[in-house]
Design a protein around this ligand. Structure first.
Ligand SMILES: Cc1ncc(COP(=O)(O)O)c(C=O)c1O
Length: 396
């Protein structure tokens, strides 16, 4: 399978097509619309709206769900903090639900403990490329009339019980940031089957314009030139994706299967490297799941060995890098000091942020090792896998 090219000829070709149009406004958005249509088809959803990144997507998903001041949104703390940023952007209050000690993912049981009369939505994160157990989460959401947003920034073409991850909740958010399975440097996509949500997503991410629809992100020439045209039917944000970025993303989408398979191949090699040791416990996945392995993540089971000890040896044996898990979102200074740029006044008084809220996540955070899976060359992967084998043998 290796080597593979992360960037292929079509990415370049599509960028040139955009440049050849010289950004004439009559041509604008053409490439983005092509990307949206292709993405919706690939993921089997009715609507796809492209964004400038996968943080803006989460903000607008919540706005489209009607989430705002006084509402609570349940999120995991063990994730990249953007999952929670969108909640704060709406003025709503994030409530943190604990994760499973073996899958590292948010669970329905933990979510249920957090539900109050103010809860409006849940953000379920497919961390490292693996979907949470969505059936019980969706059943809970139905019972309490909550909107479910999948944060699939790290999961492309993953599967859950035969279904593509991204088609399980009410909306699903993807990121095309540089480390992701497919990239345009920065970028994102929000998908949904609901026409009502898609219309709001398009409007709120496109400056609240009249005359744009789920399948039309651009105002018609006749409208825009008309002095009587009323443009802004609501508040909105300019979160649109540029045509140049869309051109790269479209090329990437065309070989997304290969990009995902390469990451799965890396994970298989790392599985071999740690087989037979009880020092590391890999992220647990059920039979009905396909993990798309944005990262290969394991838990250190021996409390006497620290993440730093392991990393030092791994690098000494020729490994290139190993990441720790992000700090839990509610333990970031932003939360501890409530630096929410004025929005702290909007948060529900009943919710506070301090150590002890999610004990499982707190215990896991410093014990996780994330190995990157974006190798496109067999020798580089082999060097990392052998370094892992040697590190495991050293600590035996
Ligand atoms: C789980 C998760 N959610 C959201 C984001 C935000 O995406 P972006 O960087 O495109 O804003 C990221 C990654 O960057 C992520 O890993």
């Amino acid at each position: 399978m290796f080597p593979i090219d992360r960037i292929k000829e079509n990415e370049r070709k599509y960028v040139n097509e955009v440049l050849d149009d010289a950004f004439r406004t009559s041509c604008g958005y053409k490439m983005t619309r092509r990307l949206e249509e292709a993405f919706a088809e690939k993921f089997g959803s009715r609507y796809a709206v492209a964004f400038c990144n996968g943080t803006a997507t989460l903000h607008i998903a919540l706005e489209a769900a009607g989430v705002g001041m006084g509402d609570e949104v349940i999120v995991p703390p063990l994730t990249m903090s953007s999952t929670t940023f969108g909640v704060l952007h709406t003025g709503a209050t994030p409530v943190f639900a604990d994760v499973d000690p073996d899958t590292f993912l948010i669970t329905a049981e933990a979510i249920e403990r957090c539900i109050t009369p103010r809860t409006r939505a849940i953000i379920a994160v497919s961390l490292y490329g693996l979907s949470p157990d969505m059936d019980p989460i969706m059943a809970l959401a139905k019972k309490h009339d909550l909107t479910v947003i999948e944060d699939d920034a790290q999961c492309f073409l993953g599967k859950y019980k035969g279904k593509t991850v991204g088609t399980l909740g009410d909306m699903a958010s993807f990121s095309f940031q540089a480390s992701k399975h497919m990239t345009s440097g920065e970028g994102g996509m929000l998908i949904t089957d609901s026409e009502e949500l898609a219309a709001k997503i398009r409007q709120y991410s496109g400056l609240g314009y009249a005359g744009i629809t789920p399948s039309k992100g651009k105002i018609s020439k006749n409208d825009i030139q008309n002095p009587n045209y009323s443009r802004h039917v609501s508040l909105g944000w300019n979160y649109r994706m540029s045509d140049v970025a869309s051109a790269v993303a479209l090329g990437q989408l065309e070989h997304l299967d290969e990009l995902v398979e390469a990451r799965i191949a890396c994970a298989k090699r790392f599985d071999e490297a740690i087989s037979g040791t009880s020092l590391l416990a890999r992220q647990k996945e059920g039979k009905e799941y396909v993990n798309s392995y944005w990262a290969y993540t394991v838990k250190l089971t021996d409390d006497c060995i620290t993440w730093a000890d392991f990393r030092e040896k791994f690098i000494a044996f020729g490994g290139d890098s190993v990441y720790a898990e992000w700090k839990l979102t509610y333990l970031e200074p932003m939360f501890l000091d409530k630096v929410f740029l004025g929005r702290e006044a909007l948060l529900n008084d009943s919710v506070s942020y301090e150590k002890g809220i999610c004990p499982v996540a707190e215990k896991l955070q410093g014990r996780l090792l994330q190995f990157k899976t974006n190798y496109y060359d067999a020798d580089e992967l082999e060097a990392a896998a052998q370094a892992l084998e040697k590190t495991v043998a050293y600590f035996k």
